[in-house]
Ligand binder design. Structure first.
Ligand SMILES: Cc1cc2nc3c(=O)[nH]c(=O)nc-3n(C[C@H](O)[C@H](O)[C@H](O)COP(=O)(O)OP(=O)(O)OC[C@H]3O[C@@H](n4cnc5c(N)ncnc54)[C@H](O)[C@@H]3O)c2cc1C
Length: 502
């Protein structure tokens, strides 16, 4: 391809076809560039992956379009005619000794009080040291049985790491994403808007949600499906300008003198490929660079190597379980529990709706699970664990992981319902294991203690030859660990290249 003067358009190699790499690819193609996209997996999306083998879309990676409608994936969904809808959820805290809505509300208040004391204390500590240091000053009862939940809400289930593992240096930036895109409110599926909005949400003190300017959305067919549809659309539109190599691993980037060479290997015994592009976008997880899966010759400077090492990926695991009926509805247990128990539970048990989040009382081990209920309004419950527990669980066999989740649900539902929950389980499950995945090596990035400035260093595109550009969720300080953060870094990398090469 050449421009109108017959000068060939620049050729860019993009490594990694996740949210970041795909957006960079899009913007370079839109400018008329030639792009070679190299992806180790056999598919688009990276940590965005929708599994449909259970008969409904289950996102094993990213699921929520946070900060909608400013989220750029919200706008892409409209362009691609992918249906999305607003998620309205409530949180329930369940104590097996008293499953009532009243008790759940009190526990919610209790956990939130502990959580905010902990958060304030963590944030007023030294930002560059471990969050656990700051947490020491919090006036909370560490022996409280719900204390581990307050901790997990801040750490394992938010940062994908333990309080001792991450620093809070980037937390405020995350809450303040300034580079918001145009608000595009008509994308939400009219029919679905507020589909989950009913009396129980209001009862739980969520009355303000209808007026929210920023909220979570879900893609009807899955977030992973949306991102791979974005990749498919590029292939369809740019038949001449885009070449995609799946199951192809970038192994070496040589950037000596003025020459830039990318050498690949194949996952399935295909040929070794060698490219000499004008520029390269490296849009792989930070863990891949830190573990030197891609060799740079000469090596990256020490500050850049340190920045990658300071942004490791934590662990965050999902277990989706399919049931024959709603495990939170006492009527599902009719015939198995007494008529008196049924009548009583019908009166007191919280009505749990699609996507509500349920927090069981932690076991004495302190292990914390969260369950997202009724995925797509079906009888699928998704268990979430993060940090150390997720790493441990991901190393276990499927049967053991499912057993942990069922045991947790059994205990959570108390002595009356708990013993019957396994009878409703349909022996269908899905488990995500991102820490074991060679092309991710974790779920999403956190900042290690001492890692102040790492995200900014990488975001500022530090390499002196102006031919290698990095992208990926870890680089977007205002929304790291998200698919829209990744998207924005892809746009940034493409813009830098276009500014450089014209
Ligand atoms: C369980 C889980 C839940 C999440 N939930 C949400 C959520 O609800 N909302 C949200 O916004 N975000 C969520 N996230 C985060 C979100 O998925 C990621 O931030 C985002 O998808 C990262 O995109 P990326 O392009 O930076 O990286 P990736 O998606 O990891 O893409 C990088 C690509 O590089 C490829 N690659 C790696 N090494 C090589 C190599 N040597 N050669 C060639 N290719 C290579 C990989 O295969 C991959 O396809 C979640 C993540 C996880 C794991």
């Amino acid at each position: 391809m050449a421009d109108t003067r017959g000068i060939p358009m620049p050729h860019v190699v993009v490594i990694g076809a996740g949210a970041a790499g795909l957006k960079a690819t899009h913007d370079l193609l839109a400018k008329g560039y030639q792009v070679t996209l190299i992806e180790a997996r056999h598919r688009f999306g990276g940590r965005a992956w929708t599994d449909e083998s259970m008969g409904l879309p289950v996102d094993l990676g990213c699921q929520w379009l946070h900060d909608s409608p400013a989220n750029p994936w919200f706008t892409e969904a409209k362009r691609l005619k992918v249906k999305i809808y607003k998620q309205i959820k409530s949180d329930f805290y369940l104590d097996p000794a008293d499953l009532s809505l009243d008790r759940s509300k009190k526990l919610k208040e209790h956990v939130e009080t502990m959580e905010s004391a902990l958060e304030n204390s963590v944030k007023s500590g030294d930002r560059n040291s471990a969050a656990s240091e700051g947490a020491k000053a919090a006036k909370v009862d560490r022996k409280d049985p719900w204390y581990p939940v307050a901790v997990a809400r801040l750490a394992a289930l938010e940062e994908s790491a333990e309080l001792e593992e991450f620093s809070t240096v980037d937390l405020d930036a995350k809450a303040d994403d300034e580079d918001e895109d145009e608000v595009d409110d008509d994308v939400v599926d009219e029919d679905d808007q507020g589909a989950n909005e009913d009396d129980h949400a209001a009862e739980d003190g969520d009355e303000g949600e209808a007026a929210e300017t920023s909220y979570n959305c879900l893609a009807r067919g899955g977030f992973g499906k949306l991102i791979s549809a974005y990749g498919d659309a590029l292939v369809e539109e740019y038949t001449d300008e885009l070449t995609v190599h799946f199951t192809t691993v970038a192994e070496l980037i040589r950037w000596q003198d003025d020459t830039l060479t990318v050498v690949t290997s194949s996952v399935i015994a295909g040929p070794v490929l060698k490219f000499t592009p004008d520029a390269v976008v490296v849009a792989v997880p930070t863990s891949i660079i830190a573990s030197k899966e891609i060799e740079f010759l000469p090596p990256l400077d020490l500050a850049t190597q340190k920045a990658f090492a300071d942004l490791p990926l934590g662990a965050y695991m999902k277990v989706a379980l399919k049931f024959s009926s709603d495990i939170f509805d006492p009527d599902s247990y009719e015939g198995q529990i007494s008529a008196k128990e049924l009548k009583q539970l019908r009166k007191t048990l919280p009505g749990i709706e699609a996507y509500d989040e349920v927090w069981p009382k932690p076991a004495s081990s302190g292990h914390v699970w969260k369950f997202v209920c009724k995925l797509h309004d079906q009888n699928v419950v998704v268990g979430f664990v993060g940090g150390k527990l997720a790493r441990k669980m991901e190393a276990e066999k499927d049967a053991a992981v499912v057993e942990h989740a069922l045991t947790k649900l059994t205990a959570m539902l108390g002595p009356v319902l708990g013993p019957h929950v396994r009878k409703l389980y349909q022996n269908k499950y899905l488990i995500s294991r991102w820490s074991q995945d060679p092309w991710a090596q974790g779920a999403y990035s956190y900042t290690k203690p001492g890692g102040q400035g790492a995200r900014k260093h990488l975001y500022d595109q530090p390499l002196s030859n102006r031919r290698i550009f990095f992208a990926g969720e870890a680089l977007w300080r205002a929304a790291y660990g998200t698919a829209h953060g990744a998207y924005k870094t892809g746009a940034k990398a493409a813009k830098c290249i276009i500014d450089e090469l014209g």
